[in-house]
Design a protein around this ligand. Structure first.
Ligand SMILES: [Zn+2]
Length: 206
């Protein structure tokens, strides 16, 4: 029988995304083989996350506060195009898009488990709608139509449902709404897409 303290950590790890009980057990047995100070550094760095990482009030991605920064580096960067906004499900979707090097706009993280069927609009989505309205208002009327929202959901059933839901909410705001092109294979998650596929999907957005 698995010792209680081992089982406890297996249970914790199994609750993490993408990790099943068997993988959790492998991690725990690996940790047991590591020197004590390595494990201590790992647990220390994990707990420091909650101290150091803040949620960007503009795009809702996590960022590390440096100096007097109040937003993430992308939102704070004046070179990023504020009138192009890429809407992603998870903040881990931002990195692969950044790595393509071709996207110059900003992001908005709506989060997972979006209820597209009924009930109130999720706060993250309300924030997105407010943000679009606010930026649009600051543009001269002839430029308002050039504002673009790129919906970059995973090519899964849930991702498609969220994309459709967001499109319906954003279109009445009078800005262009595009989705990533179908370079992404059906069922593909952005986080795991290879770079060329993402570049194609970004270039073929429609
Ligand atoms: Zn931000």
């Amino acid at each position: 029988m698995t010792p209680k303290s081992i089982q406890l950590v297996i249970n914790h790890l199994s609750e993490l995304p993408g990790i099943g009980p068997r993988q959790a057990a492998r991690i725990v047995f690996h940790l047991l083989k590591l020197p004590k100070h390595t494990v201590e550094r790992l647990t220390h760095d994990i707990s420091a996350l909650k101290e150091k990482i803040r949620v960007c009030p503009v795009c809702l991605a996590g960022f590390e506060e440096e100096g007097d920064s109040k937003t993430c580096a992308i939102c704070a960067n004046v070179k990023r195009i504020k009138t192009t906004m890429c809407v992603v499900e998870r903040e881990s979707d931002i990195d692969p898009i950044e790595k393509t090097g071709i996207y110059k706009g900003t992001y908005h993280v709506v989060g997972e488990n979006i209820d597209v069927l009924e009930g109130a609009i999720a706060p993250s989505i309300n924030k997105l709608l407010d943000r679009i309205t606010y930026i649009k208002k600051q543009l001269p009327s002839e430029k308002q139509k050039s504002m673009e929202i790129v919906i970059a959901m995973n090519a899964t059933v849930e991702g498609d449902a969220i994309a459709l839901y967001l499109t319906k909410l954003i279109i009445p705001l009078g800005v262009a709404v595009h989705r990533l092109g179908r370079g992404l294979a059906s069922g593909a998650e952005l986080e795991y897409a290879d770079q060329q596929t993402l570049i194609n999907a970004l270039e073929n957005r429609k």
